[in-house]
Design a protein around this ligand. Structure first.
Ligand code: PAF
Length: 275
């Protein structure tokens, strides 16, 4: 496994690769990321993992400064799994001030986008830059970031990028909590409570499957149940899997998406529901 920091070195290393499978990350790798890398191994002959905490996708009051940076430990975890780890500095990714951006689709201002203005614009911009650098044939993203994945799929389609996007199932702890680097911000007590988010989504999923058709009522009930236990609920919403639009009666492929804060930690989760 080769650790590369600079753009010219990355380009030189990948110049003759014909089947790059790419996993973009912000590092602090957990089992969920490692699963993405295992999937990448099945998809390409050269597995590239990027580790870059992208300032462009963090709001002024978010956790950019405290986001855990653990490159040495990340490289240890990737040894034997990845061929290249690309870990650029901010100046490598943004050698001049970024004045051009990917303008994400309207869905980017709903759900997480409503609470994290500019997040998806910064995310899509860095992902496009990383795609241009790694020039992968396949890129793997976790379904935990459902809205991110939907926006990347649209970007790839609408910009005619010759990249197959693979969405990987969410890796979970034994109690159902979706794995996330941000879980480590949770206190012990919060960590126990955190499983309630996925439980809530599963409860909603069962209700939908039993025929509950008033999505707004379900969302309100779930939000109230979370709030009662001290969660700061941003949204709980039933959407269409295809484009995250609001479903109408005939839509059968649904996803429940949610974001809520436990103390200072913001958690997101989702559940696909096929009726
Ligand atoms: O999902 C993430 O970790 C980030 O949003 C990504 C895709 C690496 C872009 O910075």
């Amino acid at each position: 496994m080769q650790l590369i920091h600079s753009v010219p070195e990355l380009r030189a290393r990948l110049a003759n690769e014909k089947a790059v499978a790419f996993v973009p990350t912000m590092g602090n790798l957990h089992e969920g990321h490692i699963e993405l890398v295992r999937i990448a191994r099945q998809q390409g002959s050269c597995v590239v993992v990027s580790v870059f905490v992208n300032p462009l996708q963090f709001g002024p009051n978010e956790d950019f400064d405290k986001y855990p940076r653990t490159l040495d430990a990340d490289c240890e975890k990737l040894r034997g799994l990845a061929d290249v780890v690309f870990a650029p500095a901010v100046a490598d990714m943004y050698p001049e001030q970024q004045t051009l951006f990917v303008e994400p689709p309207p869905i980017a201002s709903e759900l997480c986008g409503e609470f994290r203005p500019g997040h998806f614009r910064g995310m899509a911009t860095v992902v496009l830059k990383l795609f241009n650098l790694a020039q992968p044939q396949v890129a793997i993203f976790g379904k935990k970031d459902y809205q991110q994945l939907a926006i990347i799929r649209q970007m790839v389609t609408q910009f005619n990028l010759p990249i197959t996007i693979v969405g990987a199932e969410t890796s979970r702890a034994a109690d159902g909590l979706a794995l996330s680097s941000r879980n480590q911000y949770l206190s012990l007590q919060e960590r126990t409570e955190a499983a309630f988010l996925s439980q809530t989504l599963r409860g909603m999923g069962e209700a939908l499957k039993k025929g509950a058709g008033d999505y707004l009522a379900l969302e309100r009930e779930a939000g109230a149940a979370l709030a009662k236990r001290g969660w700061g609920v941003e949204y709980v919403s039933v959407r269409k899997q295809s484009d995250l639009g609001v479903p109408t009666k005939g839509d059968r492929k649904l996803v429940i998406v949610a974001a809520a804060r436990l103390g200072k930690t913001r958690l997101i989760d989702n559940l696909d529901v096929c009726l």
